[in-house]
Design a binder for this molecule. Structure first.
Ligand code: DGI
Ligand code: FE
Ligand code: FE
Length: 193
């Protein structure tokens, strides 16, 4: 699928504010991909498609998961359903074949261990796109000027802190993302022990 087609597909599927968020995630992904030498077209395509299923009602997502995906996903919060559903639809119905693009869509909410750079770009862009505003975001935006892994580590850490603060159930992939990135940034000497 090319970018123009992807934009057309999600514009039809999303409400106006979610579509505008998607365009901002695309622009942010493009900048990050150029900055960190990540394949720009893959990052933009994954960004365009990442929230494809975000406006589906919960019962539609649930039915799709029951029919097509491991049902264990239903044990986790409804917010975690739209990425895996979008990736599955892009693969099966829209014949997107690029695994890096599909993984970036699938894991954009939680992250995971051993994310590819394309996954990291979309994960980070979704968090820092200019329409977002919450405490601590400037620190992540500043980090995103310099180091992709460090900025993703901050994203994973702040997401966990936010979720724990709200007594949320944490998906294992969110924890795996944090552990993996913590190991990486420590090995690079970016953290004080
Ligand atoms: O779809 P978006 O709003 O653009 O953003 P998203 O898909 O990254 O995240 C949706 C929400 O999911 C966000 O408020 C954080 C939340 N989230 C991320 N990881 C977890 C989680 N929620 C729970 N309960 N558990 C997680 O592990
Ligand atoms: Fe999302
Ligand atoms: Fe998003």
């Amino acid at each position: 699928m090319d970018i123009e087609k992807a934009i057309e597909v999600v514009k039809f599927e999303l409400n106006q504010s979610r579509f505008e968020h998607t365009l901002r995630v695309m622009e942010t992904s493009e900048k990050l991909a150029e900055r960190f030498h990540v394949p720009v077209e893959k990052a933009k395509l994954a960004a365009a498609l990442h929230d494809y299923a975000k406006n589906w009602p919960a019962d539609r997502l649930k039915t799709y998961i029951q029919n097509h995906l491991p049902s264990e996903l239903l044990e986790y919060h409804v917010e975690l359903w739209h990425g895996p559903v979008a990736a599955d639809i892009m693969e099966k119905q829209f014949h997107v074949t690029d695994m890096e693009v599909l993984q970036a869509i699938r894991h954009h909410t939680t992250g995971r261990a051993k994310m590819t750079k394309v996954e990291m770009v979309v994960y980070l862009a979704d968090y820092i796109e200019p329409g977002r505003s919450f405490p601590g975001l400037e620190e992540v935006r500043n980090a995103s000027e310099k180091n992709l892994e460090y900025a993703c580590w901050l994203t994973a850490k702040k997401t966990l802190q936010y979720l724990i603060g709200r007594n949320s159930i944490i998906h294992p992939d969110s924890i795996h993302a944090y552990n993996d990135l913590t190991g990486f940034v420590k090995a690079e000497g970016m953290l004080n022990e």
